[in-house]
Write a protein that binds this ligand. Structure first.
Ligand SMILES: Nc1nc2c(ncn2[C@@H]2O[C@H](COP(=O)(O)OP(=O)(O)OP(=O)(O)O)[C@@H](O)[C@H]2O)c(=O)[nH]1
Length: 448
């Protein structure tokens, strides 16, 4: 036989972790580690044939669907259809009991108590033979036996140390502990189907090639395998669902809050705009309340306030000021000749010219009807006279087709330290009437 092309098909126990098991259709465990090492050391090449159960594995090897089982105990019964290689992995068997049980040490110490053992395992045959008095309870597999002990349905379970430990770890059977060592040790070997027994020398040769370093590698894998917790898919699934739901709820809340804050921002903007409009309207209102609607000059009430202010200033700083009372001459006639509408336009024009002639610091107001007032702060009567004359001149110059000759009479009163607002106004009004009396289109300054 050409060793370079020796292909060997094999089946394993699908549920015997950590010795061997099948996960996602892949063979894993101690036997997998050894097969890999053997392939490195020899020209044997192993092809895995998956099975569903241990019984199926046994039937496959009997029917020639696979040639080798890589890791199992030899027994008289098995020797009927398998040839066994040299043992290459030794594993102790242990006695497991409930935490409440006393330590028993070894199998011989058990007298009355019940012992669970996996049906058909070599240990079962061994116990039946060696301890015929023992109260044996056969179980389907190691897990079933350990659970029976955990539930205190049997006193002990005896089974393979590594696999039992793995089950205890996987199923968190914290109430169990090792209470003794079973003297029968697992000497695990490869089982070769009788029909392929010609392979046996090559397999033994390959096993002999394994170094102590190789065995150590497998032991370190065993430690790793024990450390790595079996994934509990039910927990993972529940956790995933929980976090997915949590994320969905948080996202929904976030989206809602974003939407809500957008709506809020929009509403705030509307409110801000309304406030701005309101503020503007209030300003307009405030402006309207102090303005004459026709000429847009200050109205009578605002002028009264300013006159009061001017008097307070006079009392405090002894400032000078002049009040000019201006009355359009014969305005009735203008109204009669050109109509009330034109009369209004002339009043507007008149106000414009007066504002033009006034200085920035002067206050121009419409007293009512065709009467206007010019308040000139920091102004001596002779300066006020110049302003009045300049205005009369401007009126003449403003004469055009749409603006008839308009004249006015102006009375000037200087602010006296003792005068009240009313007296000051009356003085200016008197001066204006004096100017009218003098024949209109004149200026009269009241002598103090
Ligand atoms: N178009 C217009 N006319 C007004 C307004 N207010 C008052 N008048 C008119 O102005 C005229 C003022 O007439 P009077 O008080 O007799 O005085 P006058 O005709 O100017 O005569 P003198 O004051 O003596 O020069 C009245 O006919 C009022 O109806 C206004 O807002 N618009």
């Amino acid at each position: 036989q050409d060793m370079a092309t020796t292909k060997i098909s094999y089946c394993v126990d699908p549920d015997w972790a950590p010795y061997e098991s099948i996960e996602n259709n892949q063979h894993i465990g101690i036997s997998k580690q050894y097969l890999t090492l053997i392939e490195q050391r020899s020209s044997l090449r192993f092809t895995f044939v998956p099975t569903q159960t241990w019984a199926q594995t046994l039937s496959f090897i009997r029917n020639g669907k696979c040639q080798v089982i890589p890791l199992l105990n030899s027994s008289i019964e098995r020797k009927q259809f398998l040839s066994f290689s040299d043992a290459y992995f030794h594993a102790p068997n242990a006695l497991y009991g409930h935490y409440d049980q006393v330590m028993v040490g070894n199998l011989s110490s058990i007298t009355k108590q019940s012992v669970a053992v996996v049906d058909g395992y070599r240990m079962h045959q061994y116990l039946t033979r060696k301890f015929p008095e023992m109260k044996l309870i056969t179980v389907e597999n190691e897990k079933a036996g350990l659970i029976k002990v955990a539930n205190q349905q049997v006193d002990y379970f005896v089974g393979s140390f590594y696999s039992a430990n793995k089950i205890i770890q996987q199923h968190a059977l914290a109430q169990l502990r090792i209470v003794g060592i079973a003297e029968l040790e697992d000497k695990l070997r490869m089982g070769v189907a009788k029909e392929s027994s010609e392979l046996l020398p090559y397999i033994n040769q390959a096993i002999a090639q394994l170094t102590s370093e190789d065995h150590n590698k497998v032991f370190s894998y065993l430690k790793m395998a024990n450390l790595v917790k079996q994934t509990n898919y039910a927990v993972v699934f529940k956790t995933a669902i929980f976090f997915t739901l949590l994320i969905l709820i948080l996202s929904a809340a976030y989206i809602r809050s974003v939407k809500y804050s957008k709506v809020l921002a929009a509403k705030n903007q509307i409110l801000k705009n309304l406030y701005q409009q309101l503020d503007q309207k209030n300003q307009e209102l405030a402006e309207i309340s102090i303005r004459d609607p026709l000429t847009q000059l200050y109205n009578r009430s605002h002028l009264a306030e300013i006159i009061e202010q001017q008097i307070r200033l006079k009392h405090r700083y002894s400032t000078t000021a002049c009040l000019l009372m201006i009355d359009i001459d014969d305005f009735k006639q203008i109204n009669d000749n050109f109509g009330h509408k034109t009369g209004d336009d002339i009043l507007k024009q008149f106000a414009k010219i007066l504002s033009h002639c006034a200085r920035d610091s002067d206050i121009v107001a419409r007293w009512g009807g065709e009467e206007f007032v010019l308040l000139c702060p920091e102004t001596e009567p002779d300066e006020a006279m110049v302003i009045a004359k300049r205005f009369q001149q401007a009126l003449v110059e403003a004469h055009k087709d749409d603006f008839p000759v308009v004249t006015c009479s102006i009375g000037i009163a200087e602010l006296d330290s003792k005068t009240t607002a009313e007296q000051w106004f009356v003085s200016a009004d008197n001066a204006m009437y004096y100017a009218k009396d003098k024949g209109k289109n004149t200026v009269h300054c009241l002598e103090r």
